[in-house]
Design a protein around this ligand. Structure first.
Ligand code: H2B
Length: 100
C-alpha cells in the first residue's frame, strides 16, 4: 500500500506522512484526526477562525466539532474518498498555529 495514482495515501506512505503531523492519527472515514484543547471557549473559537482562514485559502476544509474549549478536527479529501497530501498539508499548517 502506498500513494496510488489518485493521490490517496494509505499504509506506509500514510504513516510516513503522519510523522510530519504530530498528534494526528488515522481514523475511519478514512480521515486523519486530532483533538485540540484550549483554556477557554474564546481561545478555541479564535483557533477555529484561524483554521477557517487557512482552509478557505487552501480550498480544503475540515470536518470538525467544538465543545466549549475543545475542537475535534478530521481531515479527508471528500472528492477522492480518502486521505491525500492536501490533508497532510492542512494538518501541518494547523499544527503550526498552535506550536508557535
Ligand atoms: N475540502 C475537503 N476536505 N475535501 C474536498 O474534497 C474538498 C474540500 N473539495 N473543499 C473542495 C472544497 C471542492 O469541492 C471545491 C470545488 O474546491
Amino acid at each position: 500500500m502506498s500513494e496510488d495514482t489518485s493521490g490517496i495515501l494509505t499504509g506506509t506512505a500514510l504513516e510516513e506522512h503522519l510523522h510530519e503531523c504530530p498528534g494526528w492519527s488515522e481514523t475511519p472515514g478514512p480521515a486523519i484526526a486530532k483533538s485540540f484543547k484550549f483554556q477557554s471557549f474564546v481561545e478555541a473559537f479564535a483557533f477555529m477562525t484561524q483554521v477557517a482562514l487557512l482552509a478557505e485559502k487552501a480550498g480544503h476544509h475540515p470536518d470538525w466539532s467544538n465543545s466549549y474549549n475543545r475542537v475535534d478536527i478530521a481531515l479527508s479529501t471528500h472528492d477522492k474518498g480518502g486521505i491525500t497530501q492536501n490533508d497532510i498539508a492542512l494538518a501541518r499548517k494547523i499544527n503550526a498555529l498552535v506550536s508557535g
